[in-house]
Write a protein that binds this ligand. Structure first.
Ligand code: PRX
Length: 683
């Protein structure tokens, strides 16, 4: 673990971009129109959280009103206590009840394009009927309130329906990203004790078919060997053609839904009932099932959607978040935060460069998208493909641009501003995490002056600070640990099945309120984000990256331990160390150092190349393609301290191609290891 207090910021970005004024031609009405208005509201949200959040939350539908706003007993937060509500009701039924049933809720575009693209528009009424049918079908299969339904699908409308159907009937969902492997399904299904899986026969990705059902079948075989029976698999037919079928277990999704009644009232859920699990990487090999509950998640995601993207119903807006529903960004900003705001949400099935590198801009122009939300890694890819691609399309509908997932480099920010936003659209660089459920530090588009590379200022109710290890606030422009000093409505409620890991990871970094070191019984009241950051002279936050053994690849967190375990499970590898390395498109790439079993050392470069390819495939099988190492070096020993700890910081310097290792090597056990490693560069 490096000492983040000593992280030196290398960014010296000076540019400031003022938000467009209310009178700028073509600019929308800004819900928060000045920095003073933001500051006054933020102040109130911190001074009087009960008043602030109570008022906001009462605007939602509750079948039983809450009696208290918040209860904080670190590490346990409870919000909107005693209230009963339903996420699906607030996303869907409420719009139908208020006379907007026929308005477009979801606009979907498929990837294959053969002349005209395939487009499906679902109204709130369609969503109501389809979620009701699927909820009834799940009930008929024995799914009860509180059970966890696993969802492993491509980006099809049925995925949104599946997620909302679970919410409707009170089941929790665990969505697994369609790019993950069969092994990833096995681990998550067991951890969640899930018995029902909803999947697709396959998914389109860059013109190829991802065999989702085959992966589920492989996972189910593995699961039954481990004594875990999956009782039902529902299969959405997207690709067509044959897939293996296990009679009794497998069901055609469309058929079971069609056979079920379209009438299913929403289950009243306690505000603190589990809404979903979402697995994310941590610094150990085992992914964590992040627990989010109902009321707080609903309120926070909807409020951030409204203010950060400036969503206004009936104003002709169309919102598009390009994330996959398999990540938190898709949960919060394709579905749960956007639908209650009553602005149609776009869902696109496939790759940004299929059939051509202009596909996204084609979609923006076709649907007159007003808010566009994507990741810096995608922007860097667009830059590489060239400005002529967006240049060919009419992007004048755009009002607000957003980014998420990793720090955006100022060059990419400027490109986005110029070539996508026409120098007209504010950019909201939103900092948040799977654990936070919704945005935490972010500009508001009509209020906050932006600086390229900074996520700017905390959202309402967020008390963010840069602390040192003793829990003291760092002076301005000094790096430190990013912490949140009080709970917010969508804070994670735990790590599924692992209370100790929950406390250890998030509430043990800083001293307790009594100033004593935190313990499991007396945790710190400050939430630790795992990120290093600094605040500049204006109080703006600049995220410097992770301070734990987690790397952020293309905006997604990967635990280095996870990749190491995958490598070591290959027969040729004895020991592996994985670190991040700079990567032009992904931001951070995966660099692996492997010690090999005797007898497996490749005799020549072609053999080494073949082994590297085999290891990459192995990691893809074990975790998913996202974790494939970008560089693999073979070595006979890893640099270790005398106590046997791998010196990752040395490996990081090596992977970054630094000529001279300037780091302290006094604890290095065997100096020759370093020299040999430097020579082992991938050919
Ligand atoms: O390191 C931060 C980075 O992504 C981490 C959270 O990853 P994950 O849970 O996968 O969620 C990604 C989508 C919310 C953070 O700890 N991160 C996320 N957004 C930003 C960011 N780093 C800098 N700037 C951001 N806007």
């Amino acid at each position: 673990m490096h000492d983040s207090s000593s992280i030196e910021s290398v960014l010296h970005e000076q540019r400031v971009f003022q938000p467009p004024s209310a009178n700028t031609a073509g600019a929308p009405r800004w819900l928060i129109g000045s920095i003073d208005e933001y500051r006054a509201m933020h102040r109130r949200s911190i001074d009087d959280p009960e008043g602030f959040w109570g008022e906001i939350a009462r605007a939602f539908h509750w079948s039983t009103p809450f009696s208290r706003v918040v209860d904080w007993n670190p590490p346990d937060a409870r919000w909107f206590i005693g209230g009963r509500t339903n996420l699906c009701f607030n996303c869907v039924d409420r719009q139908v009840d208020s006379g907007h049933g026929d308005d477009p809720a979801l606009i979907w575009e498929g990837e294959p394009i053969d002349g005209e693209p395939e487009i499906r528009r679902l109204s709130y009424r369609d969503l109501q009927a389809q979620t009701s049918r699927l909820a009834n079908a799940l009930r008929a299969m024995g799914v009860a309130k509180g059970d966890v339904v696993t969802i492993y699908m491509g980006m099809v409308p049925e995925l949104a329906v599946a997620v909302l159907a679970c919410a409707r009937m009170g089941a929790a969902h665990s969505v697994i990203f369609g790019g993950f492997s069969a092994q990833a399904i096995v681990d998550r299904v067991i951890d969640a004790d899930s018995r029902v899986i909803i999947t697709c026969d396959g998914a389109w990705r860059r013109g190829q078919v991802v065999p989702l059902k085959d992966n589920v079948d492989a996972a189910c075989d593995q699961l039954s060997k481990q004594g875990h029976a999956v009782s039902h698999v529902l299969v959405c037919r997207r690709i067509g053609g044959d897939v293996a079928w296990t009679t009794g277990r497998d069901h055609d999704l469309a058929q079971v839904a069609n056979d079920a009644s379209p009438d299913c009232p929403c289950e009243p859920m306690d505000s603190e009932d589990l809404a979903f699990l979402l697995y994310t990487s941590g610094s150990t090999g085992k992914p964590k099932g992040i627990r989010h509950t109902t009321g707080g998640y609903m309120v926070h995601t909807a409020l951030t959607s409204r203010y950060v993207f400036n969503l206004i119903p009936d104003a002709g807006q169309v919102f598009w978040c390009t994330a996959d529903v398999g990540w938190i960004t898709g949960h919060s900003y394709i579905i749960y935060g956007i639908l209650p705001s009553r602005v149609p949400t776009v869902m696109y099935e496939g790759a940004p460069n299929h059939p051509q590198p202009d596909r996204f801009w084609d979609i923006v122009a076709r649907h007159r998208v007003t808010q566009f939300y994507t990741a810096p890694t995608a922007i860097r890819a667009f830059m590489k493909w060239g400005a002529e691609h967006p240049g060919r399309h009419d992007l004048s509908s755009l009002q607000v641009l957003g980014t998420v997932g990793e720090p955006i480099n100022p060059e990419a920010w400027m490109w986005y501003h110029t070539h996508i936003g026409g120098q007209r659209c504010p950019i909201v660089d939103t900092w948040w995490q799977t654990e936070t459920g919704g945005h935490m530090i972010t500009p508001l588009p009509g209020a906050t002056p932006t600086k390229p590379g900074s996520c700017t200022l905390p959202f309402f109710g967020i008390d963010a600070a840069i602390l040192n290890e003793r829990g003291q606030e760092q002076p301005r422009n000094t790096g430190g640990l990013l912490a949140i000093r009080r709970p917010w409505p969508s804070i994670l409620r735990g790590v599924h099945g692992d209370r100790e890991r929950f406390i250890q990871t998030y509430f043990s970094r800083f001293p307790g309120s009594d100033g004593k070191p935190p313990t499991v019984d007396s945790p710190s009241p400050f939430y630790f984000t795992g990120d290093g950051a600094r605040q500049d002279q204006d109080g703006y936050f600049w995220i410097m990256g992770r301070v734990d053994d987690v790397i952020n690849v293309s905006g997604h967190r990967l635990g280095t331990m996870e990749v190491e375990s995958a490598l070591v499970s290959h027969p040729a590898v004895v020991e592996a160390a994985v670190v991040g390395m700079p990567h032009e498109i992904k931001g951070t790439g995966v660099a692996a150092f492997c010690t090999l079993e005797p007898g497996h050392a490749p005799p020549d470069e072609p053999a080494a190349k073949a082994l590297r390819a085999a290891l990459r495939e192995h990691v893809a099988r074990e975790i998913g393609a996202i974790a494939k190492p970008d560089s693999i070096r073979f070595t006979d020993a890893l640099p270790k301290t005398r106590s046997g700890k791998i010196m990752r910081r040395l490996l990081r310097s090596l992977a970054a191609g630094e000529e001279k290792i300037t780091q302290d090597t006094t604890t290095l056990e065997d100096f020759s290891v370093l020299a040999r490693l430097k020579e082992s560069e991938e050919g």
